[in-house]
Design a protein around this ligand. Structure first.
Ligand SMILES: *[C@@H]1O[C@H](CO)[C@@H](O)[C@H](O)[C@H]1NC(C)=O
Ligand SMILES: *[C@@H]1O[C@H](CO)[C@@H](O)[C@H](O)[C@H]1NC(C)=O
Ligand SMILES: *[C@@H]1O[C@H](CO)[C@@H](O)[C@H](O)[C@H]1NC(C)=O
Ligand SMILES: *[C@@H]1O[C@H](CO)[C@@H](O)[C@H](O)[C@H]1NC(C)=O
Ligand SMILES: *[C@@H]1O[C@H](CO)[C@@H](O)[C@H](O)[C@H]1NC(C)=O
Ligand SMILES: *[C@@H]1O[C@H](CO)[C@@H](O)[C@H](O)[C@H]1NC(C)=O
Ligand SMILES: *[C@@H]1O[C@H](CO)[C@@H](O)[C@H](O)[C@H]1NC(C)=O
Ligand SMILES: *[C@@H]1O[C@H](CO)[C@@H](O)[C@H](O)[C@H]1NC(C)=O
Ligand SMILES: *[C@@H]1O[C@H](CO)[C@@H](O)[C@H](O)[C@H]1NC(C)=O
Length: 804
């Protein structure tokens, strides 16, 4: 009891000294990563909203619709987007576009290219756009101001036309999604109210599937009675046909551009020449029906109240972001902006489509935009564990529910369709992460442990009809212990064999961790053994040009046990043949988005032994980073800068990870390492977040690798435990700009006043209990993990995970 009081006092003293941000949502910069292929969505959404309403542009990378380059014309304001994805252009359905100055209804430029308009450009050369959590605004060169806000399943648009506007008009574009893929459009206009309902089928952006989606739009004057539209009609291309109420009245064909055009009377007060006409457009969306789209809009935005909706959305963001607090004393404002903007982007996707799953009926949550688990399992979910376990549990329930209806856990999923698998079937480590951290609370979070385990086993054991979409090439995995490069089966593509081997080994590691907690001793043995299967593709003879001493590497292997050969430089900047290893590449080399110099987090001790000991392991890490094999934008590389920890050189991890931030992340529109289109923003955002927090997570384990935060203090409030854990960096002297040197190295660690077993990692119970973690910083890079038996972070082969 006395001890307990002591903690409380300590914590309140810390809180009193700290410069805490009251409204972290207000410093989020939504424009980071919004040009040059960062593909970040800067529009309006609530956390994990289905609706992500935003600007669409003629960008060469329109994956999230928007491009901050002011010279890229605007084509509309559509209701749904993804953020930070590669692949095809997803969603971007049902664009609205305001027109002010067509000479007549029939001559309005309704088709997407004719209507495209630039934004106003500010004196500093940037586009006149602004955004904050839950809100987006832009001034178009036509003088029309556009503002957007959102609830989960409905968007509210506010179009302010110039006071001089005689005929404010809105185009409702039904068919142009991001992939221009629509078929089977339907649309009707109600001449009395102006209500437009409709829908179409569209193509999934990263897979072979198609989906149907529906909308319901209503219009209202802001501060005046709008009345019926003065003109209305459906359009085909750039031909609006007055008085038509249904696109079936037009002679359209496959690929036609279709939609509706409405003209409204101006605000009666605009005759004073000063009062503008402001029209609110309320847009419901549903994957079920137009009726449900109308219900979604009516129930979530009953009174078209823009300011209230914007404030509610902002408050929701602010509460979520406030769970993580930093002391900003002595910290550059950009660093704080980067931290919270990254945290913000971790809650855009997955999207909560609960109630909108057209494929089966269930009362379980349904989350979509899993794009893809391969990208996100490493860092996104371990971040949710720290501050948002309820959302995490709902996503897990949704995944289990998908397995129950489709047979396998989802990997990639977008717009209700199955998308392509990347490296492996990586829901396994996500479910593992949830269960390792929250098994004692699973029932309270409505997650069934037995259903979770059944779902994992289905993934691990049962070969699916198409492993390009879900599941694994399970039969050879079970019989050979690796994915061979020369076994062709009808149910999937024979590519990425080495990457799949490494990912499946990690998936089986995650399962062994769950089995451990469930007390399934035989399964623990079985899946730990399979977790070591990465060993089966280790060819000890491989060397790499320019890397003396670097010997042994992952390599493709034939079914008969012989090794194939993939140049270790493959798919790196040093690759003499400049091959790529994306999904669309002719991937015969066995690797996906990484060179053969890849790593397996569950057993680094074994990896060190395979590589000839600590010193050569460290030299190899240096080689990988210094020679450009480390690719920050591709996820298999992500852990590499922190792996010095395992060779008892955590100071090097601290410096390397800080150099990564210094070199690759800033707060500008091209401030993300998006030199390609693979930086799923939740993945990059959670990665940057952890580096700034001075941690790196090990998914499906109880450990977080530890370094120093960029703040004198950072705290994590976990609403499930109602507890706050604070990491305090004693001796904090700021952050070296280039990431090199500084008083940033962790010399010793105390938890609740007691010396901790390691300077290199924190166990999960530190976060559940609500602890005060005190780091002593030093400028000496030669710090160690400590001297005790548990100082080094755990590895499988050293028994680190044998105890639950
Ligand atoms: C647009 O113009 C209005 C004034 O009409 C101004 O208040 C606003 O800041 C401008 N920019 C944005 C992005 O809304
Ligand atoms: C549309 O309907 C209005 C009102 O019924 C009528 O006055 C007008 O002539 C019609 N226009 C066309 C082009 O059919
Ligand atoms: C913050 O970032 C902006 C944009 O990169 C840069 O112009 C500014 O100099 C930075 N501020 C500091 C104090 O580093
Ligand atoms: C779990 O289910 C119960 C009963 O349906 C419900 O009251 C509770 O809010 C749920 N908890 C969570 C975290 O979803
Ligand atoms: C690496 O160093 C650690 C601690 O310094 C030691 O426990 C471990 O045995 C070493 N590993 C190898 C393979 O030498
Ligand atoms: C959470 O903890 C705070 C004190 O830290 C306490 O005031 C509050 O009542 C707790 N809330 C719940 C729901 O237990
Ligand atoms: C990083 O900055 C420090 C201090 O400004 C400087 O001494 C050092 O040379 C720089 N190092 C690198 C690698 O740029
Ligand atoms: C957290 O609480 C658990 C159970 O009460 C205890 O065993 C553990 O030692 C505590 N950990 C810390 C870091 O205080
Ligand atoms: C750290 O160790 C390296 C290599 O042993 C040595 O050169 C360097 O001087 C040491 N740095 C400090 C600050 O002790």
């Amino acid at each position: 009891m006395e001890k307990f009081l002591f903690y409380l006092i300590t914590l309140s003293i810390c809180a009193a000294n700290a410069a805490v941000l009251q409204n972290p949502a207000s410093i989020v910069n939504l424009f980071i990563g919004t040009t040059d292929g960062g593909n970040v969505f800067p529009g309006a959404t609530i956390p994990h909203g289905l609706i992500k309403v935003g600007m669409d542009t003629e960008s060469s990378h329109p994956q999230a619709g928007y491009d901050s380059n002011p010279f890229v014309p605007v084509t509309g304001f559509s209701q749904m987007h993804d953020s930070g994805t590669g692949g095809g252009v997803p969603l971007s359905n049902f664009k609205i576009f305001p027109l002010d100055s067509c000479s007549s209804f029939a001559e309005c430029p309704t088709d997407i290219f004719s209507r495209a308009t630039q934004r106003k450009i500010r004196a500093d050369g940037t586009a006149d756009d602004s955004a904050s959590p839950g809100y987006f605004a832009s001034n178009l060169s036509t003088g029309i101001r556009v503002e957007l806000t959102a609830t989960r399943r409905a968007a509210l648009h506010r179009y302010t036309f110039p006071a001089s506007s005689k005929h404010p008009r809105l185009v409702v574009d039904l068919t142009n999604d991001g992939g221009t893929s629509s078929t089977n459009p339907t649309m009707t206009i109600d001449p009395a109210s102006g209500r437009i309902i409709g829908g179409a089928e569209f193509a999934a952006s990263f897979g072979p599937g198609r989906y149907s989606v529906f909308t319901c739009m209503d219009f209202k004057g802001d501060g005046y009675t709008l009345g019926s539209p003065t003109e209305f009609g459906a359009y085909l291309g750039s031909s609006p046909i007055k008085n038509t109420t249904n696109i079936n009245q037009l002679y359209f064909g496959f690929g036609s551009e279709l939609g509706g055009l409405l003209t409204f009377a101006p605000n009666p007060k605009s005759s004073n020449g000063k009062t503008p006409s402001t029209i609110l457009a309320r847009v419901g969306v549903s994957f079920i029906s137009t009726t449900q789209a109308c219900q979604n809009a009516a129930s979530e935005l009953p009174d078209f109240d823009f300011e209230k909706t914007r404030q509610t959305s902002f408050n929701e963001w602010n509460e979520l972001l406030s769970r993580i607090q930093v002391d900003t004393t002595g910290v550059d404002q950009n660093t704080t902006v980067l931290l919270y903007s990254s945290l913000y982007r971790t809650h855009i996707s997955p999207a909560d489509y609960t109630g909108e799953n057209p494929k089966w009926t269930s009362t379980e949550p349904y989350y979509d935009s899993l794009y893809c688990n391969w990208d996100t399992y490493r860092t996104l979910y371990p971040l949710y564990s720290l501050h948002d376990p309820v959302t995490f549990s709902r996503i897990v329930r949704g995944m289990i529910n998908i397995q129950q209806h489709e047979g396998w856990l989802p990997e990639c999923r977008g717009a209700t369709a199955q998308n392509f698998i990347q490296g492996g079937s990586n829901a396994d480590p996500i479910l593992g992460e949830f269960f390792v951290k929250f098994n004692e609370h699973a029932a309270a979070l409505n997650v069934s442990a037995s259903d979770l385990y059944t779902a994992l086993l289905a993934d691990a054991e049962v070969q699916p009809p198409n492993w390009d979409l879900q599941g694994r090439q399970a039969n050879v995995w079970k019989s050979l212990g690796y994915i061979p490069s020369d076994v062709w089966e009808p149910s999937g593509t024979n590519t990425k064999q080495v990457s799949r081997t490494l990912e499946h080994a990690f998936g089986d590691f995650a399962i062994s961790q769950v089995a451990q907690i469930l007390g399934k001793a035989d399964d623990v043995v079985k899946y730990q053994k399979r977790a070591s299967n990465f060993n089966n593709v280790w060819d000890p003879s491989i060397t790499v040009p320019g890397g003396p001493g670097v010997k042994g590497m992952m390599q493709p292997r034939l079914a008969n046990g012989q090794f194939g050969f993939t140049d270790p430089r493959h798919c790196s900047i040093n690759d003499p043949t400049s091959s790529t290893c994306f999904l669309d590449a002719h991937n015969t080399d066995g690797f996906y988005e990484a060179s053969p110099l890849v790593y397996v987090p569950q057993d680094t001790a074994k990896l060190i032994a395979l590589q000839g000991g600590n010193q050569s392991f460290v030299s190899r890490l240096d080689f990988i980073i210094d020679q450009g094999y480390f690719d920050v934008s591709d996820e298999p590389s992500q852990q590499i800068p922190y792996m010095y920890h395992y060779a008892n050189k955590p100071g090097l991890s601290t410096q390397r990870s800080r150099q990564v931030i210094a070199e690759h992340f800033d707060v500008t529109p091209d401030g993300l390492p998006g030199n390609d289109v693979t930086c799923m923003s939740g993945a990059m955002a959670s990665y940057a977040f952890f580096y700034l927090a001075g941690m790196y997570p090990l998914p499906a384990t109880k450990q977080y690798l530890l370094s120093s935060p960029y703040f004198p203090q950072i705290s994590f409030f976990n609403p499930l435990f109602n507890s706050t854990t604070t990491i305090k960096a004693n001796g904090f002297k700021g952050n070296p700009k280039n990431g090199t040197g500084g008083t940033v190295f962790v010399q010793s660690v105390k938890v609740n006043g007691q010396p901790y077993k390691s300077n290199c990692y924190l166990d999960w119970d530190v976060f559940t209990n609500g602890s005060l973690v005190e780091l002593q910083l030093t400028s000496n890079i030669n710090v160690t993990c400590g001297t005790g038996p548990n100082a080094l972070p755990p590895s499988l082969s050293t028994g680190g995970y044998s105890k639950p």
